[in-house]
Design a protein around this ligand. Sequence first.
Ligand code: MRU
Length: 351
Amino acid sequence: MRLPTLKWTGDALELIDQTLLPGELVIERCEKVEEVHEAIRRLVVRGAPAIGVAAAYGVLLAARAAGNVSPEEVRNHVARAADYLETARPTAVNLSWAVRRMVRAAEEKGPSAQELYGRLAREAEAIADEDRHANRRMGKFGAALLRDGATVLTHCNAGALATVDYGTALGVVYAAAEEGKNISVYVDETRPLLQGARLTAWELMQAGVPATLICDDAAATVMAQGRVDCVLVGADRVAANGDVANKIGTLNLAILARHFLVPFYVAAPLSSVDFDTASGADVPVEERTYEEVTGFGGVRTAPPGVGVSNPAFDVTPARLVDAIITEAGVAKPPLGPALAALKDETDRSAV
Ligand code: MRU
């Protein structure tokens, strides 16, 4: 059986260390909020939904560490932990969405410190469960877009490793395969950190889905040769107008897809849609260390002293996106109003 991407044990958060895959399968145990922060920052756990869930448990660890204090003190610990965890990575909105949910769960006055802790534990579990559920629903909606025999091109890792389970974009692939469709996947290696080569290729092989690894530069060629039926990626943050922030290189694929008339699909839960961010221009894009670009795995490939730019994400304008697959249904252009309608529907059915 596959090991879970993350697991709450009652007193710690266990994470598959994704920096070591596929060579080593090591579980990292986080007992303190600081360790969760560091795990998110170092990409031990990565992928928008997974870092949201990890951060929720980070808040829970902070509440636990507060010890025998007043409910007010627990609330203070929770608020401080939320602010702190938000600084780990700026782009994926799931992180702040999850920690703000934890803060709200602690807000109601009345319960004892112990009851408050129980409430926080249930909220973190609910965030994790909702992610599992959303991925299955996205899979079902998205599978309808894939014909039997389709070849998908994907970028980075939007699979089980990027979520609690199953995945967003890869969840769609798994769901189509479970329906009996023959689906194969071109996997972009995804420089600089090779999430495609290291994680997506590994995941697809474990799932028995035919996968072909290509270097990022080969995407135009496979599309030009007519070998790609659709591009399917995840998202770190979708702005209110439908602009999509995702792993650097996603924009290249969207431009190519439009040029070669290949549909470009995004699979993202509504927790990745930031209705408070008007457009992609307002999404904070994480800039990571130059060392990720000047080498890999401790081997230097660029001359010392060379200038480096290393944005971890890019923004694909909504006009290049043919559909956003969510757990509430598929949003088609115009994406802004379509996403807002799906959100309204979801909020109404939750009441
Ligand atoms: O830097 P990473 O590995 O966290 O980037 C992850 C991605 O860009 C994923 O495509 C995105 O988070 C969607 S995950 C379901």
